[in-house]
Design a protein around this ligand. Structure first.
Ligand SMILES: Cc1cc2nc3c(=O)[nH]c(=O)nc-3n(C[C@H](O)[C@H](O)[C@H](O)COP(=O)(O)OP(=O)(O)OC[C@H]3O[C@@H](n4cnc5c(N)ncnc54)[C@H](O)[C@@H]3O)c2cc1C
Length: 433
């Protein structure tokens, strides 16, 4: 397709509104974690977020189960993610199976499958009940804000990143669009936690554009049980359990509809997906009220304010994690974070070409197939923690980010209570790269 015609914009002088050691762009699970970890390591941190709240897909996307946290009985995603769960539990806004119910059996399946606390990768029925946490989206916003504010991060909401400030291949900061006009923020190091690689891509870092189905997640109130097959057909795609329980009684969340063929980087496609999602939800509502036991009096509480984008741009960094790396649980010498049973090397957070930039979250350097199975909220938070720590170490030592010793990151992760995956579990395999 031919490129559209263009207009020439006048050159502008943009006011510098902030100077920090570390600028984190994007306040989702990875960005919050990166900001808090860097601040707790002594850096002056600024966190910018386009929306009026923190949490990304975990709050605005209403993705309400923390999963991919275990390797057998071992809980592998620890650190800030564990702290977030503890805080949610104190608010009464998190639910997870007790240890004695984390096993295989129809009795525990009947209790926990509707909470999304089963190992959905396991074959056969009933699938094992495992440690996973159902939580409330507003609780997640509050916990993210508390973590950020208490650690002294300078938080700037309502700030939409638009352009990187690059000098001689080195990132110097970012320009954001705000109600007050364009603003510049300068920093020694930038963390791209936008999920769509907005900063790294515009700064010229090599990347690929992947894609996967998108979803307008929604919640229904006043629900007490159900039958499912026709509902899934009306939604045009959904998991087996298209609705799951939440910590709030009578309120269920629906991680559907599954909508394919939309480009999550195109305004036209994203607009069409929002409208299509609402249309499908409306058609489901009519059926559910008429036909599904327990749904007769149900009502739509909300459709997630954020479109559920699972995958868009992916970094092609110093190392690209493959599907085999994830499935074969390959362990790297420079592992600095981990997901359920897989390991992420420091190199997968580092872009080629651009210095003093690090990425964390679902756009990390993985091929599209690998990312699909390694992008859940808990591992993104562990990645964020590693990125924030790496930034602080680079500043303290006056070194480039890419010269930070992964062993130092591993030690600092442990000191902050996070498992960096430096010690492989018994079922890991050594990586050759
Ligand atoms: C429908 C759906 C269901 C899912 N189900 C689960 C599940 O059950 N369990 C699970 O653990 N994971 C699930 N996931 C995956 C998980 O939600 C994401 O992979 C995870 O939230 C990624 O975290 P992140 O911080 O990398 O990115 P995001 O959560 O996308 O956060 C990115 C943040 O950056 C901000 N941002 C983006 N661009 C800009 C910009 N230009 N300027 C300023 N700010 C910007 C965004 O507003 C957002 O706050 C699901 C995802 C989807 C879409």
């Amino acid at each position: 397709m031919a490129a559209p015609p263009t207009v020439a914009e006048a050159t502008r002088s943009t006011p510098i509104v902030d100077r920090s050691d570390v600028l984190v762009v994007g306040g989702g699970p990875a960005g919050v974690s990166a900001a808090v970890a860097a601040a707790r390591s002594g850096a002056r941190v600024t966190l910018i977020e386009r929306y009026p709240y923190l949490g990304g897909l975990a709050s605005g996307g209403m993705v309400l189960v923390l999963d991919d946290m275990v390797n057998g009985a071992e809980i592998t995603t620890t650190g800030l993610i564990g702290e977030a769960v503890e805080r949610l539990e104190k608010l009464g806004l998190a639910v997870s199976p007790p240890i004695e119910e984390r096993r295989v059996g129809w009795d525990v399946w009947r209790t926990w499958a509707r909470w999304g606390c089963h190992d959905f990768r396991a074959h056969g029925k009933p699938q094992p009940i495992v440690y996973a946490v159902a939580f409330d989206p507003d609780g997640w916003k509050r916990v993210s804000e508390d973590l950020v504010v208490e650690s002294g991060v300078n938080l700037r909401l309502h700030s939409w990143f638009s352009e990187p400030i690059v000098e001689d291949g080195r990132l110097r900061g970012a320009v954001v669009e705000t109600k007050a006009g364009r603003q510049a923020l300068l920093a020694e190091i930038v963390v791209d936690a936008t999920g769509d690689l907005d900063v790294a891509a515009r700064a010229g870092a090599p990347h690929v554009v992947g894609g996967y189905m998108v979803t307008t997640v929604f919640r229904l109130g006043n629900v007490f049980s159900a039958l499912d097959r026709q509902a899934k057909r009306l939604l045009g795609g959904a998991w087996d359990f298209w609705w799951l329980k939440t910590p709030l009684p009578g309120i269920v969340w629906c991680n559907c509809p599954h909508m394919t063929g939309y480009d999550a980087l195109k305004v036209e496609d994203m607009t069409a997906a929002e409208l299509e999602g609402r249309r499908r939800i409306a058609s489901l509502m009519a059926f559910a009220r008429a036909e599904l036991p327990g749904f007769a009096q149900c009502y739509l509480i909300d459709v997630a304010p954020q479109l559920g984008v699972r995958q868009s741009r992916l970094l092609e960094g110093e190392y690209v994690v493959t599907k085999e790396d994830v499935l074969e649980r390959r362990h790297f010498r420079d592992t600095v974070c981990r997901g359920r049973d897989y390991y992420t090397p420091y190199r997968a957070l580092l872009p080629k070409n651009v210095d003093q930039l690090i990425v964390a979250g679902r756009h990390y350097s993985a091929d599209p197939q690998a990312q699909k199975i390694s992008r859940e909220i808990p591992p993104c938070m562990v990645q964020g923690q590693a990125a924030g720590i790496a930034a602080a170490l680079a500043l303290n030592r006056g070194s480039r980010l890419r010269d930070v010793d992964p062993v130092a990151i591993q030690r600092a992760m442990r000191a902050q209570g996070a498992d960096p995956g430096d010690v492989p579990s018994a079922n890991a395999a050594p990586a050759t790269a």
